[in-house]
Design a protein around this ligand. Structure first.
Ligand code: PLP
Length: 358
């Protein structure tokens, strides 16, 4: 039996299309995929990563060691890179699961390279901070690292990477500042492979591509303003579990923040702030019934939202679905509505939802 619960639909074909589009757009540059936080909250790592592999992806980035172990158990023949680096006493686990840490500072570099026997066969990824002050070698450490260039040269594969702070804003001059800092590092550590850009950076132009790009959000259909060809991937819909009448002068929901100016019909849907649909939607959000926009009324509850169905009261019935975001009202637009970013919209999707991979 199918339960009457909210559903998130994840269009695997569109993920594949987004990867393929970026791959073509970047020409010879390799396209890795950022699949951290269970592919930005979409879960189903097996299916999503399988789609990306079938599109030609070989390199995957996650944030944490634990995420890498889960991926390695599912896939034997992909490169799995751990952005948060290798911390003390984790080295053996990295080796056991064939995970590549992104080396973020000098102590990691010494510890990690010290415990690898056959460096020629290993992949080395070094992250330089060009202006995020988050992870990566800063200037003093960079000078120390250069003195160990002979160790770096023992590796067959060396990737030098950095990360842009403002790539979502095409006109921000900080992009050029970081690009120039990265080029300086490239000159010092020359003869290797280089990677600077995630989704935003890709569409700043060819000179931001280097040897590898590492998109995440664009694969999942977010930030379509980077490029119009990015396809929508995610949609959320929810069944109606109650229909009520709200009489003129009466109120609905906690703290009585909505009062009816006329007699109205309302419906209740089983989702709320516990599912990531925050209080900012109270008296402000809306859902779609077909093409009709229906307003949310009163305060969002933990597990329930009340909507105004007066416009469609003769058509709508229990069990019908309303949509929160979809192809037309994208996660980008939904993010604007709730004062957040599309990354946040999908990474906080509730475990209570049924996830369908299409
Ligand atoms: C998250 C992340 C990415 C992917 O970023 P998107 O903006 O989702 O494309 C790439 N590189 C690093 C270092 C990251 O932390």
């Amino acid at each position: 039996m199918k339960y009457s619960i909210p559903e998130i639909n994840i269009d695997l074909k569109s993920i594949k299309k987004n990867y393929t589009f970026i791959n073509k757009f970047c020409g010879k540059t390799e396209v890795a995929s950022s699949v951290k936080a269970s592919s930005y909250g979409l879960g189903g790592q097996k299916k999503i990563i399988q789609s990306l592999i079938s599109a030609g992806c070989k390199n995957f980035f996650v944030a944490q060691l634990s995420e890498g172990i889960i991926l390695r158990r599912l896939f034997k023949n992909i490169h799995i890179n751990i952005l948060n680096g290798v911390l003390k006493n984790e080295e053996k686990i990295f080796i056991k699961y064939k995970l590549t840490p992104v080396i973020n500072d000098y102590s990691q570099f010494i510890r990690w390279t010290g415990c690898l026997k056959n460096k020629k066969k290993e992949r080395l990824i070094i992250h330089f901070d060009t202006g995020m002050c988050r992870l990566g070698f800063q200037e003093d450490d960079t000078i120390k690292l250069y003195k160990k260039i002979n160790i770096i040269k023992k590796f067959n594969y060396v990737l030098i990477m950095s990360h842009l702070a403002s790539s979502s804003n095409k006109n921000d001059k900080y992009n050029i500042i970081q690009l120039n800092r990265f080029k300086k590092i490239k000159k010092i550590f020359s003869g290797f492979k280089y990677s600077l850009s995630a989704s935003g950076g890709i569409f700043l132009g060819k000179k931001y591509h280097f040897d590898m790009v590492r998109p995440g959000i664009n694969l999942y259909g977010g930030c379509q303003h980077f490029n119009k060809k990015i396809k929508n991937v995610v949609s959320v819909r929810c069944p109606i579990i109650a229909i009520n009448q709200l009489y003129k002068g009466e109120t609905c929901g906690y703290n009585r923040t909505f009062r009816a100016k006329k007699n109205m019909h309302t419906a209740t849907i089983p989702m709320g702030y516990a599912d990531g649909f925050g209080l900012r939607l109270s008296n402000k959000g809306f859902v779609f019934y077909g093409n009709t926009k229906l307003k949310m009324l009163g305060r969002i509850s933990m597990d329930l939202i009340i909507i105004d169905i007066s416009k469609v009261k003769n058509k709508i019935k229990l069990g019908d679905f309303v949509e929160l975001y979809n192809k037309k009202f994208t996660i980008d637009k939904f993010a604007d509505l709730t004062g957040t970013i599309p990354y946040r919209v999908i990474t906080c999707i509730s475990d209570r939802f049924s996830k369908n991979y299409l």
